[in-house]
Each structure stands twice: as structure tokens, then as C-alpha cells.
Write a protein that binds this ligand. Structure first.
Ligand code: GLP
Length: 253
């Protein structure tokens, strides 16, 4: 069941998302959160950080799992999602680094203990370990999502099976073009590790955020309620508790 929450603008989408996040950790200081990257959640993180400056919110026991990371980028690469998360949230709140989980797109974590495996084998093992960590520390209480123009959630591109778990995915050309702004020409990664759709759907509740006219077509498709693997976000119709926080520009008429 999707509940639509339509607000004025991008900033309000962010404030609404931040309110849900802070209420969640207020109610349960050990909450396990699924966290997104991209442009859309930036106002949410800014609002969380801002409110943490003036109100008392404790992240110490909060556990986070990011949804995705590019293959080939080290955590220190400025365009990695590791760097993104440090810059927008983790460097500004009292989160315990041992509670933070982001897939390792280099395979190095695995190769340190299994130097015999190839890069692809290491990435497969990394996905299995990530899924295992999610299983051990989860379930996810609230997962926040952005929405790709082609309907991707996390980096689950069109055609990804709804039964998918954490896996390596080849990015579509349109996603690579959309994300090329964050990379030098010709350096946009071709692959990513993403939490799977089945894993996302196991979250107790889900908050999808979308803002701006560029998301209108994708939001429209989601409102049509045709469930198809060609449009990954449509899997959310199979979940009992989804809130879609969108601005007027994205919601359209
Ligand atoms: C990115 C991320 C997704 C994100 C989506 C939309 O590539 N991997 O998790 O939700 O695409 O991004 P944006 O918010 O920048 O439009």
C-alpha cells in the first residue's frame, strides 16, 4: 500500500524525510535504517544535521545500511557513496562507525582474507557478506529510497528480479548519463553493488522520495499501479507500508 504525501518543494520533501528519520530513531535508538544516496536525499540529510545541532538526537546505537556503491571506487574516492555519506551525514552526527554499513565496491575487504579470488568472485562474496550482515543486524526498520528516472530503486535497474538480494549490477546507459555529473569524462563506473529488491521489501516500512519535474514521468508510472519488473519501483505496491514523499513538480496533476 502506497500513501502519497505531496508537499510544496524539494526542501519540504527533505524536511518530511528528516522528520520520519528522527522520529524513528527517537522511538527506537537502536533502529536499523536503509539509506539512499543521490541528489534527492541531500535536503533530508541537511535537515537531519541541522536539527541535530539544535536538538538532542542520538545516533550512537543507530545501525545504517546504505543501499549501494559503485564498483571500482575506493571508500576515499570523492565520488564514492562512502565519501558522500561522510560528507552529508556521518561526519556530523555521533554515529558509531562500527554500526555503519556500505558495500565495498573494490572487493578489497574480501580479498584481504581471500587473496586467491578474482575481482568478480570477491564482489560476489562481498554481496553475500552484506546480505548476511543485513540479516544479522536487521531487519531494516525504515528504508529511505530515491527514484531513478527509469524507475530504479537503489541501483536495481529495469529487469531486476523482484526476488533479488544484494548483487552486482551493470548500470544502464541512462543511469550512467544521469550520474556522469559526479565524474570526470569517461570515468563514470559501469557497475555497482546494490541491495536487492527482495531485501528492500523486507524493510518494515519504506519511504520513497522524489522531487522535480524530471521525476514526473517515473512518479506517474508508479501511480499507475502496474506491477512489472520493467519498472523496479512498482515492486513497492507489494509492500504494506510505503510512504512516497514527493513535491508538486514530481507529482504532476
Ligand atoms: C542514483 C542512486 C539511487 C538514487 C537514484 C536517483 O543513481 N544510486 O539510489 O535513488 O539514482 O538519484 P537522484 O536523487 O540523484 O535523482
Amino acid at each position: 500500500m502506497i500513501e502519497w504525501i505531496v508537499v510544496d518543494d524539494e526542501a519540504e520533501v527533505g524536511r518530511t524525510g528528516a522528520g520520519i528519520l528522527l522520529d524513528t530513531i527517537g522511538d527506537n535508538p537502536r533502529a536499523v535504517l536503509g539509506l539512499p544516496t543521490g541528489k534527492t536525499p541531500l535536503p533530508m540529510y541537511a535537515s537531519v544535521v541541522e536539527r541535530c545541532r539544535v536538538e538532542n538526537h542520538c545516533f550512537r546505537d543507530v545501525v545504517t545500511f546504505n543501499l549501494d556503491e559503485y564498483v571500482g571506487l575506493s571508500p576515499s574516492h570523492p565520488s564514492s557513496y562512502h565519501s558522500y555519506m561522510r560528507a552529508v551525514l556521518f561526519d556530523h552526527v555521533d554515529v558509531d562507525p562500527s554500526n555503519v554499513h556500505i558495500p565495498d565496491g573494490t572487493g578489497l575487504r574480501v580479498r584481504q582474507v581471500r587473496p586467491d579470488v578474482t575481482l568478480d568472485e570477491a564482489l560476489e562474496l562481498e554481496c553475500e557478506l552484506y546480505e548476511e550482515a543485513l540479516h544479522n543486524r536487521g531487519p531494516l526498520e525504515v528504508t529511505f529510497l530515491g527514484l531513478g528516472r527509469n524507475g530504479h530503486i537503489g541501483f536495481n535497474e529495469p529487469g531486476t528480479p523482484f526476488v533479488s538480494r544484494t548483487h552486482v549490477i551493470s548500470l544502464t546507459e541512462s543511469t550512467r548519463v544521469a550520474n556522469s555529473a559526479y565524474f570526470s569524462p569517461g570515468e563514470t563506473p559501469e557497475r555497482a553493488i546494490t541491495v536487492g529488491i527482495a531485501t528492500i521489501l523486507e524493510s518494515r516500512s519504506i519511504v520513497l522520495m522524489a522531487a522535480g519535474e524530471g521525476k514526473q514521468e517515473a512518479v506517474q508510472r508508479l501511480r499507475e499501479v502496474t506491477i512489472s519488473e520493467d519498472f523496479p519501483a512498482s515492486a513497492l505496491h507489494r509492500h504494506p507500508e510505503v510512504r512516497c514523499v514527493v513535491d508538486r513538480a514530481a507529482f504532476g496533476r
